[in-house]
Design a protein around this ligand. Structure first.
Ligand SMILES: Cc1cc2nc3c(=O)[nH]c(=O)nc-3n(C[C@H](O)[C@H](O)[C@H](O)COP(=O)(O)O)c2cc1C
Length: 372
């Protein structure tokens, strides 16, 4: 029997596969079903202090590609392949008081599986920062094994919330530090991919004391316009705002962000998110240096909590470990990070002939930087 267990930020996981913070983890019954199905951990739908109200109409839709044409559309039709999820859902519409007894019941029912509370508040003043501490204390007192800071929700109007925190390295650092002051459990910082250099914000989180970085949240995006009606495929009264792209389309994008992070901080802990539905996808994150991975879109499309997805992930890891027994790989940590250093600058990639590459400078015919 392959050993699927792993230790991440000091916590023992039955397997390295988690449901990420999203609809699959929005209720007690969903989380209980997810644990029954075998997920090693779940990150709750993000919990805030104030009730939120979502838009009228659907909060998530799925963009699909036709097999025999270039058509991309959210319209349901046979044989189309999933391209991505698109959502503009806010954080949990349930209050902290609603969550606390449920978190305790979940942890009592499934003591072996890892329950992570995702939390979010503002950061504009000391009162807002105190809200982070209130949320953190309540969730850990209810039995949560870790906290994940939502510094990455892409649909916040407020300048001091969600991905607007994640775009500001100082705020990332301050919020992480404030939570660390009261945390007795590991703190993971979930970063936004919507910045120029995620290493900058990653450093902010680590300086604030984060025990791990989770990446990515969804990528800022718009739904497509229906060429017949000229309406956005998801809209309310004809209006749309930017939302978040998830699912297969973001796998390579999210991997690029993760590669930057794991190379910059090879000794730190990372939880990889974005576009995972099979073990082959998850393997990319492990090889780049992630100790755990998280799944959302694929689980949403599989009975809401992904029973078949987790079965395949576990079976895939077991098969992989068996196939690599001769390499001496007994568990996930034996191959985490093995391909981290294979991502290099263009100038280090071999050229077909002797002519050297000069990083886009004069020798290739481009103007030298000094001449610009
Ligand atoms: C409908 C929906 C709601 C989400 N809500 C949250 C949330 O409350 N907190 C959070 O940190 N991430 C949230 N996410 C982001 C996911 O946790 C995940 O980071 C993202 O979807 C990428 O993973 P995927 O490609 O497996 O979907 C949400 C995603 C979707 C699709």
């Amino acid at each position: 029997m392959a050993d699927l267990t792993t230790t991440f930020t000091g916590l023992r996981f039955l397997n390295p596969f988690l449901l990420s913070s999203a609809p699959p983890t929005e209720s007690e019954s969903n989380i209980m079903r997810a644990f029954e199905a075998g997920w090693g951990g779940v990150v709750t739908k993000t919990i805030g202090l104030h009730p939120v109200v979502n838009v009228a109409g659907p909060k998530t839709k799925f963009l699909r590609a036709d097999p025999d044409s270039h058509r991309l559309s959210m319209k349901k039709r046979p044989a189309a392949a999933l391209h991505s999820s698109w959502n503009w859902e806010l954080i949990s519409d349930k209050t902290l008081d609603w969550w606390v007894p449920r978190l305790s019941r979940i942890k009592d029912a499934f003591p072996q599986q890892i329950l992570v509370a995702s939390i979010m508040a503002g950061s504009g003043n000391d009162t807002e920062l105190k809200h982070w501490q209130t949320l953190a204390t309540a969730c850990q007192d209810a039995g949560c094994d870790a906290l994940e800071l939502n510094l990455s929700c892409p649909h916040m109007d407020r300048e001091d919330m969600g991905s607007n925190i994640g775009k500001d390295r100082e705020l990332v650092s301050i919020v992480t530090k404030v939570v660390k002051e009261v945390a007795r459990v590991p703190v993971w910082a979930k970063l936004t991919p919507s910045t120029t250099d995620i290493v900058v914000e990653g450093r902010g989180a680590l300086l604030g004391g984060a025990d791990a970085i989770s990446s990515s949240n969804t990528f800022t995006s718009l739904p497509l316009v229906d060429p017949e009606t000229l309406e956005f495929e998801i809209n309310v009264d004809g209006l749309v705002s930017t939302g978040g792209l998830g699912g297969p389309a973001i796998l390579p994008l999210s991997l690029a962000k993760m590669s930057q992070l794991t190379q910059a901080f090879p000794d730190e802990s990372f939880s990889g998110i974005g576009g995972i539905s099979t073990f082959d996808h998850a393997l990319n994150y492990f090889l780049l240096g992630c100790g755990t991975v998280q799944v959302c879109t694929a689980a949403m499309l599989d009975h809401a909590v992904g029973p078949n997805v987790i079965r395949e992930l576990k079976a895939g890891l077991a098969r992989f470990l068996e196939a690599h027994g001769d390499d001496g790989w007994r568990c996930v940590s034996d191959f985490v990070g093995l391909r981290r250093n294979r991502v290099v600058a263009q100038s280090r990639i071999r050229r077909p002939d002797e002519k050297e590459y000069h990083g886009g400078r004069e020798a290739e015919g481009y103007a030298d930087g000094d001449d610009l």
